[in-house]
Ligand binder design. Sequence first.
Ligand SMILES: C[S@@+](CC[C@H](N)C(=O)[O-])C[C@H]1O[C@@H](n2cnc3c(N)ncnc32)[C@H](O)[C@@H]1O
Length: 263
Amino acid sequence: MGSSQVPKISTSYAMEPADKFPLTDECKHYEGKHQVPWDIQKYFAQRYSIFSWYDEGVYMTDDAWFGVTPEPVANQIAREMTTIDSSKDTLIDVFAGAGGNTIAFALTKRWKRIIAIERDTSTLACAQNNAELYEVDPSVITWIHADSFEYLDILHNRPEELHPDLRIDVSSTVLFASPPWGGPGYRTDEVFDLTNMQPYNLDKLHSSYRRMDHVLYLPRTSDIRQVAELAPGERKVDVVQYCMEGASKAMVAFIPGCGSEGS
Ligand SMILES: C[S@@+](CC[C@H](N)C(=O)[O-])C[C@H]1O[C@@H](n2cnc3c(N)ncnc32)[C@H](O)[C@@H]1O
């Protein structure tokens, strides 16, 4: 045998699918009110409306309680999205959080692939745990531990830098976004000015999502005129208020994409 060896070629990509993350100290499963920080107690009291399988071993970070989509709302949105034109077979959940929406989407079995992106390690570990608990088919969801704006930028402009499993056909994809709702006025204003939403305002979201059909999960008091302005050309935007026990939880806008035109 000669001394020459075939060099191993290792390719590294700007982004790769996430492995299964272990739960961290930030991932909690509270069993009694006495364990729960005061500012979460109101949400803990509603834990079974948030995740009906809470007791089976749902984990959340303390921050995730504030943003998770309650299960009945997530299920209703997921059901309605099953009627989207069947040429769309891939869904991206750009703010996966603790998995509330991602799990509901996967359970409909409507989507061939779901790309679920979360940039916080512990929150992603909770989402993966919760998806497993809800017996979601693990081959359907590809998790990404990253900034979703960065993922979309690479997908649109330099797809060859993505791991092959993350290169998706934008024309057959629908994007769902449930961004953080921070900002002055979101809880108090009669009409919430979406230019003030933090850390990402409506312009920031729309400029990243506009090429794809996208669904925005927004505060219930969002300024509907600002949402209507996102309709491309003569197309229309559908807006639905999702309620639980007679009270609206969120406004959801279904916005057609404008393809690659004008990008
Ligand atoms: C409102 S929560 C989403 C809740 C989720 N729909 C659920 O039901 O669990 C927003 C999530 O987006 C994450 N996030 C914020 N900015 C992000 C970004 N640029 N890329 C990816 N994830 C981000 C936050 O860490 C947070 O977990």
